[in-house]
Design a protein around this ligand. Structure first.
Ligand SMILES: O=C(O)CCC(=O)C(=O)O
Ligand SMILES: [Mn+2]
Length: 204
């Protein structure tokens, strides 16, 4: 484990090839039940470049009308989200340092050209619990800074199987994905990257 900044822990190669393959199968099963949808920014309705879905009792969604929020059902199918795969629950137990299980696992799919702007994860009522993030597929350039948008930032390349935890002092660190490096992994059938983030939403 490497401490990238206060509260930001990095576990390179946390999942080996075989574990990544199993995880990917689980993600595919989630996507089959809860299809990827196109998230839109609050107010402007501008579409994000990532495609998203979730598993867990709650999922993070966003649209023009109602903005960022967690809800128990898929915004398009209106079905409850599938369960969080066991491997991810175990990951949280092993490194989350938090007594209660995650409620949401946001699944982001990045095509070759997708990115995610610098932001904080702060739609959770619970900011005591960490956010645990898993990378699968092509590598990306991940940027993280401090708790103010203008704070200096650093970048690292995240590869398939890597895990990053934003907890404690790092829980509200600004972060984002500047680019994908297409063709750097053979895990997925085509190019692209999948990111999974485990979150505890409620405070009790
Ligand atoms: O893709 C990543 O590594 C980060 C994703 C992220 O920050 C988010 O979904 O809030
Ligand atoms: Mn985030």
């Amino acid at each position: 484990m490497l401490l990238l900044a206060p509260g930001i822990r990095y576990f390179p190669d946390y999942f080996n090839q075989q574990q990544q393959t199993v995880l990917l199968e689980n993600v595919r099963a989630v996507v089959a039940a809860a299809p990827l949808y196109i998230p839109a920014m609050p107010r402007t309705g501008r579409e994000m470049s990532v495609r998203m879905t979730n598993c867990g009792t709650l999922g993070w969604v966003t649209d023009k009308e109602r903005g960022y929020r967690y809800q128990a059902t898929h915004p398009v199918t209106h079905q409850p989200w599938p369960e969080i795969p066991q491997q991810l629950l175990e990951l949280w137990q092993s490194i989350g340092n938090y007594p209660q299980p995650p409620e949401a696992c946001l699944i982001n799919f990045y095509s070759e050209t997708a990115k995610m702007g610098l932001h904080q994860d702060r739609d959770e009522e619970n900011l005591e619990a960490p956010v645990v993030s898993v990378s699968l597929g092509d590598a990306c350039l991940f940027r993280f800074g401090g708790t103010n948008r203008k704070d200096a930032s650093q970048s690292i390349k995240l590869s398939s199987g890597d895990v990053v935890v934003l907890g404690g002092e790092g829980r509200l660190a600004f972060h984002g994905v500047d680019r994908i490096y297409p063709g750097t992994s053979t895990l997925l059938k085509s190019t692209g990257r999948i990111n999974l983030t485990l979150r505890r939403v409620t405070a009790s």
